[in-house]
Design a protein around this ligand. Sequence first.
Ligand code: ZN
Length: 279
Amino acid sequence: MARRAQLIFLGTGGGRFATIYQTRSTGGLYYRGDVNLHIDPGPTALSQLKRYNLDPTRTNAILVSHCHPDHYNDAEILMEGMTEGTTVKRGTLVASKSVLEGTDEIGPAISEYHKRVVQEVIKAEPEGECEIKGMKVTFTPSKHTDPTTVGFKLTNDWGTISYIADTDLTQAVVDAHRGSRLLIMASTRPLYGKIPFHLSTEDSAHIIGEIEPELAILTHFGLKVLREKPKMQSDWITKKTGIKTFAAYDGMRVELGDTPRVLGRSNPRSKRLNNKKRI
Ligand SMILES: [Zn+2]
């Protein structure tokens, strides 16, 4: 039996101003288990790895959902980490078309040089999938201002974790994530604060109610959510749907045991999270 995997929230802020002012960190989400995955490494991803004692040279893949800086900003330097300073061709970059190639409006975000240093570069388009060291990664649709935005489903013998990146509420998004045990979503806007191309608290409640995961976690909070208290949003959803919903905070860990369980905050520099090869 493999050791229990954990998710570590390296950042829980999102949107322009929560990112610019670093009201919360924006370092993305780290899956640590038989495979190590860093999802959406925005600004501070690198420093948050150091803070929580995670070694960037141990990352197997970097997943980037779309070409906005709160999702891709630290990707290149983390690719240098993943390749041990570009000395070893290893690791996988999985990213949207906008991040890899650019669109008419935005991107690309990764230089040709950096694409060459990793072992594999995979363009993530809805309904595609890849496998990274026994973890199946399925790419899911989104409706966002970057039209090539994707979400991710991570599936192994534990079951499926869904990561819904920036998106508007659509039936396609709901349908793509059915069957997930743990649902993590970019819930950038608060109750009564709906704007196009992002999920509000009501939208998140709708998706959670449809999918019925064992646990739902809200993250990627915009400034308005942070002012109106993320826990109020998650409590409202728990009450409305009957499904346990948490508002993530920086450093929060979730253990993927018999059931997904919030363990609390990682102790910065704690030995428990020490997977360093060298310091
Ligand atoms: Zn975005």
